[in-house]
Structures are given as C-alpha cells and as structure tokens.
Design a protein around this ligand. Structure first.
Ligand SMILES: [Mg+2]
Length: 264
C-alpha cells in the first residue's frame, strides 16, 4: 500500500479510455439505435460476429466450408477488421442520413461514471483514446467544461452538417497504444507520471510496464472481465495492471490520488 501511494503521488497526466471507463455506455450501440431497422440489424450482425470471434470457441472448419476463412478472426488481423468495421458503420450512417446533431445527441445520452470529471480534472495533461468517435467525445467533454486531447475516429460533415465520411487514421481497439505514446511524447509525460485507465483487455495495450495502470471493473462484471484476460492469454500483460478498481465509481481513485499528493 505504501508503494501504491508513492507511485500514485507521482501521477500528473492521464490517458483515458472512453466507453465503459469515463461513461457506462457504448458509443457504437448508441449510434446504432438511431438507424432505421434494416440498417440496425446489419449493424448488430457485425457486432455479434465480432463478439463471437473474440469470446466464443471458433468451430473446426474444413476447406469446403465457405466460411473457412471469414468464420475466424486471426488476432493479427484485428486492427484491420476494426478499421473496416468503422468504415462499414460510417457508410450505413451516411445511408441513414445521420447529421452532426445526431452525434451530439449521442454524447448527451452517455451517462458519466461517477468521479470521471473529477479524475480528468486532477490531470495536468489529459487525453481520451477511444475506438469510438472523436466528435462524440469532444461534445461529452465540452458539456463538462473539460479540455482534453482526443484520439478516435474523426467523422467528416458537409456544410449543412450531414455526415460525409471519416478520416482514414482510425484508432483501432488494439492500436490505442500508438496514440498513448504520441500523447506522452508531445506533453513530455514520463512513464511514472502517466496514469492509464481503461475497462477492458484492449486497454492493456496502452499500459506501459511502469505507467500507473488502472483497470476499472464494476463488481457485476468481474467474472467476465477476468475470463477475457485468461482467454486472450494476456497473463503477461496482466502483470502491468497497477491496480484493479472493482467499483461502479471512479471516486475511490480520485480520493487515492488526492490523498497520495497531500501525504507523500
Ligand atoms: Mg472501454
């Protein structure tokens, strides 16, 4: 505990995951609810396929099975799949005629995890790194009067606010570490000054060995999250986690950081 406090006292800057960490919802699901029914079904089908690939046992297939390749997702191909998935979704959002206002409304639906604003405010430099949408995060932060750098999929809109596409430099779930590294370079944050916080396996990629790494896991999800780590054979990465916050709120972490700064 003493070591945890002295490490916590050195934290100055923070890298934050968005979905499931700063708020309790899911951006893509919230946008999906704004689609007409047929598109919503196609959108949900991709999410289900992706989820099954990551979380269920893939059946043995023979070469005469048309899904011999498409029915499995090699881990090394995941970032490519993430990018293509985003492109697919954006295509359907355009087909549905979504506008800037729709994405702003999504931001307003995303319920803050208690303590999230306070935790962000404790940092000198802060960045939100998400396999979600840049403009949704920006609106969410603006509604709370918080300024932060954001790395996420950047949507493009025309002069009347209609969605026209997205920037190709997508942040994939497994490539968040590149944004985290860039953030630390640009603000000069040393490893032990940098808090990294997320709620899932993919956030562990952002966690450098000597960062202050926090995994937030609501008590109701502990079993599932620990299983994720076992199944993804991330036990080596698991050692990088400085602390697990088994709580629905970020307030205990805010209290820990304040306490550490005042008393060490
Ligand atoms: Mg997350």
């Amino acid at each position: 505990m003493h070591e945890l406090m002295s490490r916590a006292a050195r934290v100055r800057n923070g890298c934050f995951d968005f979905d499931g960490t700063l708020h309790t919802g899911n951006t893509w699901a919230a946008v999906g609810r704004r689609l007409p029914e047929t598109l919503r079904e196609q959108d949900a089908a991709i999410r289900t396929w992706y989820w099954d690939q990551l979380h269920t046992q893939v059946p043995q297939r023979s070469l005469d099975d048309p899904d011999w390749f498409h029915g499995h997702l090699p881990a090394q191909n995941q970032a490519v799949v993430d990018g293509a998935w985003v492109a697919n979704d954006v295509h359907w959002y355009m087909e549905a005629g979504l506008t800037r206002d729709d994405f702003e409304a999504v931001a307003q639906e995303l319920v803050e995890r208690p303590g999230a604003s306070d935790l962000l405010q404790l940092m000198r430099h802060r960045v939100v790194i998400t396999f979600g949408i840049e403009q949704v995060v920006q609106r969410w932060l603006r509604d709370r009067n918080i300024s932060a750098a954001v790395a996420g999929t950047r949507l493009t809109f025309n002069e009347v606010g209609r969605l026209t596409g997205h920037h190709p430099n997508v942040v994939a779930s497994t490539t968040k570490e590149h944004a985290a590294r860039r953030f630390c370079e640009l603000c000069g944050s040393t490893k032990d000054e940098t808090l990294v916080i997320g709620d899932s396996v993919v956030d562990v990629h952002m966690m450098g060995p000597t960062n202050f790494n926090v995994l937030v896991v609501p008590p109701s999800e502990i079993d599932r999250k620990l299983r994720d780590f076992r199944e993804n054979s991330l036990s080596a990465m698991w050692d990088r986690v400085t602390m697990i916050l088994a709580d629905d709120s970020l307030e205990p972490l805010v209290a820990l950081l304040r306490d550490a700064r005042e008393n060490t």
